[in-house]
Design a protein around this ligand. Structure first.
Ligand code: URA
Length: 236
């Protein structure tokens, strides 16, 4: 067996094992809410009747619903957890909510979101409700400034849980922040895109952020190339 194939098989096995060990008791991201400033009740051991992926996502959502782990918690209108199919084959991960997302509590609902929807619906011929969409940060940075390292480190464990639960076939990292955070690298998106990387055993395709495409429509060609590579990996 060629080394690359062996590595792929090993990653598959690790991923399968990880899927089996996720259960309700492992969902807590280990946050002692009593130690945070404004939240007094712990929801780390919420009980549910079932343990579908949807249930498990709900538990993580509940766990962070009142999050005050970073200063963005104080100024958000709504926490933007994520939306879509808990059993999705593809998860899109963006940077952070903007004004429209903060207002509605949903990811990618503004202008960049409309372009992402076009990529999914017109380009990939999928329904938006059949993929999963979320962000690195769940709360809006003021004035849409870049996420700060401490905000990313506080928020990332929740994203990690979401991705463990959904365990998609492909993660599409939208833009510099998503790609650099998930791949733990400083390599620019222009050099990362166009080929698959791995995040915890899951194939990850970095591509340009839709907001970048609004400013640089000529980069749509490269995004289309990335999207086609993703489509080859997923079942119709
Ligand atoms: N940009 C993002 O990265 N995420 C959103 O949800 C909206 C815009």
């Amino acid at each position: 067996m060629a080394a690359e194939e062996l590595q792929r098989e090993l990653l598959k096995a690790v991923k399968a094992l990880k899927g089996q060990v996720i259960n309700r008791d492992s969902l807590s991201v280990g946050i002692d809410w009593k130690k945070t400033r404004t939240v007094s009740t712990s929801v780390s051991h919420v009980k549910t009747g079932g343990s579908t992926k949807e249930d498990m996502l709900k538990i993580v959502h509940q766990e962070m619903a009142n999050c005050q782990l970073c200063p963005l918690g104080k100024i958000r209108k709504n926490l933007v957890f994520g939306v879509g199919n808990a059993k999705a084959q593809i998860v899109f991960v963006g940077e952070a909510p903007g004004a429209d997302e903060d207002e509605q509590g949903l990811p990618f609902v503004g202008r960049a979101g409309q372009l992402l929807t076009d990529i999914i619906v017109k380009g990939m011929k999928l329904e938006r409700k059949n993929v999963y969409i979320c962000n690195i940060l769940k709360c809006r940075p003021p004035g849409n400034r870049n996420p700060q390292p401490d905000e990313i480190s506080k928020c990332e464990p929740f994203l990690k849980k979401q991705l463990q639960i959904i365990s998609p076939k492909i993660i599409c990292a939208l833009g510099t922040f998503a790609a650099k955070t998930l791949l733990n690298t400083d390599i620019p998106i222009s050099a990362l895109r166009g080929r698959f990387h791995f995040y915890e055993g899951i194939k990850l395709m970095p591509t340009y952020h839709p907001a970048y495409l609004l400013r640089n429509p000529s980069a749509k060609k490269q995004v289309w190339e990335d999207v086609q590579m993703i489509m080859k990996e997923v079942k119709p």
